[in-house]
Design a protein around this ligand. Sequence first.
Ligand SMILES: [Zn+2]
Length: 283
Amino acid sequence: MCLCALLWVAGLVGGASAAPEVARSFQDQRTPAPGKPLAIGDYSAGCVQGARPLPLSGQGYFVMHPSRLRYFGHPMLVDFLQTLGRAVKTRHLGVLLIGDMSQPRGGRAPGGHASHQTGLDVDVWYWQPKLGSAGTLSAGDRESLKARSVLDTKTEAMQAALATRVEHLLQLTASDPHVERVFVHPFIKRELCAKQSSDHAWLGKLRPWYGHDDHFHVRLACPADSPQCTPQAPVPAGDGCGAELDFWFSPAAQKDREQGQKDYESKVTHARAMPEACLQLLQ
Ligand SMILES: [Zn+2]
């Protein structure tokens, strides 16, 4: 073990001031940590042992921006995405474009994420570009294309051409028993709630959250055999289309929303201390 790793293990557990260095060292990891697959810690301060890479393309999906090396996850996440890709293909819903999963050993990734640290989170784009004649997307496109908002800026509704695809993608995703939450833009949830389909229990897993108009963020529940994975509070019962959704639109809640946005931004910009079991993955 190198001296730097010893210092981390000895001095950084619980030391918030050192957390950014730990975050940087997770960013430097190029391979998964060996061993039994384990999600460790919480979604915003954790890591993953025994992660698997999602193959860069497969039935019904492509990994985007692969040079970022964020296509790793707990095997449960990899299996979930491959299953979802096959379902999307079978239903002729186009392809899934997979954004960030986790780094090879999880931990904090630079730029915009507080979570995605335990190998259980993934961003999936709503939009998809025109594919080549063989249903392909070039390596250059996969590296350079960016996610696009699905909302019409004037009407605040989903763009008509994409609304059906988005609804089907979200229903398929939220209906998977491994999925605990799916973060979406509040306008998207409102629109789906307004449709009042006869089977709308799946809507409860859609959680309105800031941003998320160009991708949805899927979070799997802690795997049963990862005892150090910190679960989140269960999603409240019901479809979440009532008062809970009103919060995002009520003028009275404006201040609370602004505070929520500030709290979230501070989570994104401040690395938190990691569990000791995560520091061991850096040795
Ligand atoms: Zn995300």
